[in-house]
Design a protein around this ligand. Structure first.
Ligand SMILES: [Zn+2]
Length: 405
């Protein structure tokens, strides 16, 4: 961003807030220098931001002689976000601050097929307990982020024909939270997008603009970060790579009704079934990972082979999208050496030399927390955007509406 070239009218309080939050300016003087705005204008806008409670002013910054300058800081502790990363069979709930730092969290078993009423009531009860554990109250909740294991219509926060979520089709999730957490925006996205955003935000946003996050678990999916932002596509299904056919997949029947989908041969469940075929007891991704860690040779070979099959799909994606990094996450990433070795083997062989010149293939660093951190970031990107801050200021400064009888 080059704020100094922007018209002073575009340098709203929301933009100044963003500069402080992003660490680009840490005092009124620095804001004036960075933006080219008059000191008096900066002071006026900073004062309104201080009124919102999102910035804090503290004495004792580095001094070059004379009175030490007052430092401006983003006050990440001034509110909390509730995060629910819901999977098919397990979930993770958390309370984060406004810097996406997790304050308290709860991993738990969950049956998403129990339906939205049961599941979301349970989630809210746990949210209440987690808030108490964090020493926070419901009125400090600034937003709620939810990841669901299926396609989501973003604007309505509604699940759309989710194959593994009976009873959720067309259900608008935000309405379920309105009574208990009134006024808190509820943002819902599919779990892979949420994980991609969390991973990008936590580890890559300062160095990379284009990233693919591949989740290999019960299913296989991909989240796309393009130009520093999540790319969802026209209908929100971008990155749905699980049902891409791979030539080496044979004719394994997929739950979608087609044959040869990568998910039908390389997901955790598919590898478990192949292990059973060769006489090794395994039921799901976790069993497969356990066997790989114990050095079971069939499991090692099958996971490596699963990595190669995922790599075939990704090789095409690399040529098409030219990411700087592919991050591999999901349950199966716990067997990461074998899985990633298989992916690398094929991606580097099958993608063009130019597209892989700087390509990094890395394991998820957030691991099981990618989802909850992504839920927090999904909310924060919205409620702390310059436009949202300007709206909040306009609302705070508007004269109170006359009471109507
Ligand atoms: Zn399929």
């Amino acid at each position: 961003m080059a704020p100094s070239r922007t018209s002073p009218h575009a340098l709203t309080a929301g933009v100044l807030f963003q500069l402080v939050r992003g660490g680009e300016a840490a005092s009124r003087a620095e804001l004036a220098r960075t933006t080219g705005l008059a000191r008096s204008t900066v002071s006026q806008r900073v004062d309104s931001l201080l009124g919102l409670g999102l910035l804090a002013e503290r004495g004792g910054g580095p001094s070059t002689g004379g009175r030490p300058p007052t430092r401006l800081e983003f006050d990440a502790g001034s509110g909390v976000i509730l995060c629910a990363d819901l999977g098919a069979t397990h979930c993770r709930l958390a309370v984060s601050d406004l810097g996406a730092e997790i304050l308290v969290e709860l991993p738990a078993e969950l049956d998403i097929a129990g339906g939205p009423e049961t599941v979301l009531a349970w989630v809210q009860d746990r949210f209440g307990e987690l808030l108490a554990e964090a020493g926070r109250t419901a009125d400090q909740v600034r937003g709620i982020g939810v990841g669901l294991p299926g396609p989501v219509e973003l604007t309505a926060g509604r699940a759309v024909s989710p194959p593994i979520m009976p009873g959720w089709d067309g259900v608008a999730v935000p309405a379920h939270f309105a009574a208990r957490f009134p006024g808190a925006p509820v943002l819902v996205d599919n779990d892979v997008n949420v994980m991609a955003l969390g991973e990008y935000w936590a580890s890559w946003r300062h160095t990379v603009d284009d990233l693919l996050f591949v989740k290999v678990a019960t299913g296989i999916g991909c989240g796309i970060v393009s130009g520093g932002a999540l790319h969802r596509g026209a209908d929100g299904t971008a990155g749905d790579i699980g049902h891409v056919q791979v030539p080496d997949a044979g004719d394994a029947l997929c739950h979608c009704g087609n044959r040869g989908c990568v998910e039908a041969v390389a997901s955790g469940g598919a590898v478990a079934r192949r292990l059973v075929d060769v006489g090794v007891d395994a039921h799901n991704s976790r069993d497969v990972v356990g066997l790989v860690r114990a050095g079971n040779p069939q499991a090692v070979e099958l996971v490596r082979q699963a990595g190669r099959l995922v790599g075939e799909v990704l090789a095409g994606a690399v040529n098409f999208f030219n990411p700087a990094v592919i991050v591999v996450g999901g349950d199966m990433a716990h067997a990461h050496e074998q899985l990633i070795a298989g992916i690398r083997e094929v991606v580097y062989r099958r993608s063009t030399a130019l597209a892989t010149r700087h390509l990094e293939v890395a394991r998820s660093r957030l691991d099981d927390r990618a989802g909850v951190i992504g839920c927090a970031v999904t909310v924060l990107e919205q409620i702390l955007s310059p436009a949202a801050i300007d709206d909040a200021l306009a609302e705070a400064e508007a004269p109170p509406e006359e009471a109507t009888a």
